[in-house]
Design a protein around this ligand. Sequence first.
Ligand SMILES: Cc1cc2nc3c(=O)[nH]c(=O)nc-3n(C[C@H](O)[C@H](O)[C@H](O)COP(=O)(O)O)c2cc1C
Length: 310
Amino acid sequence: MITLSNGERLEFLTGSGALGFDGRGWWWEYPLRWLGILNPHDFAIVVKTLTLKPRRGNLRWYAPWRCVRLIPGGTVNAVGLTNPGVDWWIRTCYPRMKRMRLQIVVSVFAENAAEAQAFAEKLKPLEIAAIELNASCPNVPHESAVAHVRALAEALAESGHPLIVKVGYDQPYTEIARAVEGVAEAIHAINAVPWRMVFPDKPSPLANLGGGGVSGEPIRPMVREAIRRLRETTHLPLIAGGGIYTLQDLEELWALGARAFSIGTLFLRAPWMPNRLVRQWRERHPTEYNGSGPHPAQYPPDAPAHTPHR
Ligand SMILES: Cc1cc2nc3c(=O)[nH]c(=O)nc-3n(C[C@H](O)[C@H](O)[C@H](O)COP(=O)(O)O)c2cc1C
């Protein structure tokens, strides 16, 4: 469990995109939600990444397979940040999520510090748990230079909301984590991994869209490597995500130093499983769930207490 400076607690998050823009999930998941088999209240809902202006990307609601394919053990996607923009989200999705009493994390993609500032202004008055900076989408060209991410993070932190920085395996993620200490309150590792890094000798089924990003089982070793390296370099609390399907995945990532978890592809492949997994974890770790015991965000235990910059 990670406790943010505003008192919000993060234990399980949805991977951005897993339950759409408002936590209700994608249309084919609605019946499972109505039956209570998929319960978004077990998670902090990380909204599918928003941009300042609407972005067409590659996703068409009538043909999602154009840019999302199942592969053995996981998925490859080249959605490319399709979204109707942050103003639409504030108007349409935010009130619905508040009515549903969901814990909201808004994922944003900003091209530059001016855009990040504009996001901060728009999100400032909202009641949300945190903002997540998506600095790592594998399907859009992004400037991953450390100073660039730090500048975006600083601008977003002006919103007054706790900030999570989501990093990618193809980025200098340890340097980024160090650079945002004092600005961000947690690091989320990792985003989908570019196809060429996972399968260098195999053509991607989405080669026509740049190859796409791989999620699920194939990126498990990379997530573990990233969490281990991050734990050695930063005192910021870590959220681990990528191929979490089983209790063993949770235990391994916890042992490596992760203190919260995100679940994405499992919602797509077996949407009845994520809630089951949360239940199993909470049964096995009741102390952690109740929030008693040592402050879990403080890791290693002798690390200085984290005071975010405002
Ligand atoms: C179809 C699809 C859409 C995604 N959209 C986003 C997105 O908008 N923003 C983002 O930060 N990550 C996005 N992701 C990445 C996931 O949030 C997650 O970080 C990644 O898939 C690894 O976790 P997993 O193996 O549990 O899916 C997307 C993944 C998939 C499969």
